[in-house]
Design a protein around this ligand. Structure first.
Ligand SMILES: Nc1ncnc2c1ncn2[C@@H]1O[C@H](COP(=O)(O)OP(=O)(O)OP(=O)(O)O)[C@@H](O)[C@H]1O
Ligand SMILES: [Mg+2]
Length: 406
């Protein structure tokens, strides 16, 4: 029986649920000339999946749209190449012919080859790489060519730029936002969705005095509706012959609120349901909560190597702060925490917390007693299992930090 939950890729088809409003808005922007939408959301919440769904929807409505992932790119030229290739895949051979026009607009040459699947692969010659201004010009030229083509054909082309914080970073941070604005501004036949996963950085882009002030409409992708998500998980599992009451709700309670973390747990719990149940003589169907616990424990164990490496790279104060956070019963800069966990002065703890936040190991969470939570629920489990016993504290790996009363 194949697992009905998928992780590690943006999900489509039956693996995708919900997000009707976000998808509709994305699709609409991708079909509206001159429209600009900024999509922000925390990591692993499901942004790329919404983008792909929105693109599919725009295409079904007769539009042309594609996604360009700016993440991991090292230069504007690499992004220009990604746009070229994504456009070639979405717009077809016709567009590759148009591309030769580009050669005239930019100082340099474009090479056309064929990839393994036999589709044309187009890129700027690598000689561009040495000159950053030619680099920006190359990206501008590709986007201008797309706008010109859309205009000529009296249609709109939708472009989703994913991980756009990487692009503004490459273009030079805050001044780079002006460069990006300059690149996109004149395109009346392109609809852009700019998506990214550093909500504070991205939201700042449209602050007063910044490049995108009043230039973008905003779409926040938050956690999935828990009641819907829980039902969907139960239903997907049941259709694959695993009926365990309360499975979805238990996954959300343990791994929430990030969509990926929850789906990952549902996947592991489903796998646990199928595993031979050696420890029990009489086979009894496990409840949803038991399956979620087993799945959680398995995921903590599976990721033990990277977690250990991360832990060993942390200064001692940071380790202590994480231990206290894994228990999560008191505010970290309080006298009680200092006594219970041997933490230093509030200044020392404060800077440890800032460093952990900058490294995205923890997040501010005002509704929890400790004031912070782990970004990764499985790292929390690893700390509980492997680092708390050093303090003589033994808790189940699935222990949850305390939410503030009221
Ligand atoms: N609408 C959805 N329905 C079901 N599962 C989803 C949905 N959206 C996301 N997921 C789950 O979350 C995982 C991550 O989704 P996705 O890559 O879209 O998130 P993201 O916000 O783009 O993440 P990142 O910050 O890593 O780029 C998917 O692989 C899938 O397991
Ligand atoms: Mg993504």
């Amino acid at each position: 029986m194949s697992n009905p939950f998928r992780i590690g890729v943006a999900v489509r088809g039956v693996f995708f649920t919900d997000r009707a409003d976000e998808t509709a808005r994305t699709a609409a922007i991708l079909q509206e000339g001159g429209a600009r939408l900024l999509m922000v959301g925390e990591r692993r919440v499901g942004k790329t999946s919404v983008l792909l769904r929105g693109i599919e929807r725009a295409q079904r409505a007769g539009g042309q749209a594609f996604l360009v992932d700016c993440g991991t790119a090292g230069s504007a030229l690499e992004i220009a190449n990604r746009v070229l290739n994504a456009a070639t895949r979405a717009l077809g051979r016709d567009w590759s012919a148009t591309v030769s026009d580009l050669t005239r607009r930019v100082r340099g040459r474009i090479q056309v080859s064929t990839d393994q699947a036999g589709s044309p692969a187009i890129s700027f010659e690598p000689t561009f790489a040495s000159d950053p201004t030619a680099d920006h010009a190359a990206l501008g030229a590709v986007l201008d060519a797309l706008d010109a083509r859309a205009k000529r054909e009296r249609r709109i082309i939708g472009i989703a730029l994913d991980e756009v914080q990487r692009l503004t970073g490459i273009l030079g941070g805050e001044p780079g936002e002006w460069v990006l604005r300059g690149l996109l501004q004149h395109h009346q036949h392109l609809g852009y969705v700019l998506a990214g996963s550093e909500p504070t950085v991205l939201s700042a882009m449209q602050g007063r005095g910044r490049a995108f002030y009043q230039q973008l409409s905003l779409l926040t992708v938050g956690p999935m509706d828990p009641a819907h998500f829980a039902r969907w998980i139960d239903d997907r599992a049941a259709r694959a012959n695993v009926t365990a009451s309360g499975l979805g709700a238990a996954c959300i309670a343990l791994a929430g609120p990030r969509t990926r973390d929850v789906t990952q747990l549902a996947r592991a719990a489903f796998a646990a349901a199928l595993a031979p149940n050696a420890s029990r003589g009489a086979r009894r169907a496990l409840t949803g909560a038991e399956l979620a616990d087993t799945g959680f424990s398995d995921l903590v164990a599976e990721q033990s190597d990277p977690f250990r490496a991360l832990w060993e790279g942390l200064a001692r104060t940071r380790q202590q702060a994480l231990r206290a956070l894994a228990v999560g019963d008191v505010g970290l800069t309080t006298e009680a925490a200092r006594r219970a966990y041997g933490l230093g002065s509030s200044g020392v703890v404060g800077s440890a917390l800032t460093a952990l936040r900058d490294a995205r190991v923890i997040l501010r969470a005002a509704d929890y007693s400790a004031g912070y939570v782990f970004d990764n629920p499985y790292l929390r489990g690893w700390v509980i299992r492997n680092a708390l016993p050093d303090l003589g504290i033994v808790l189940p790996v699935t222990h949850l930090p305390r939410a503030r009363a009221g």
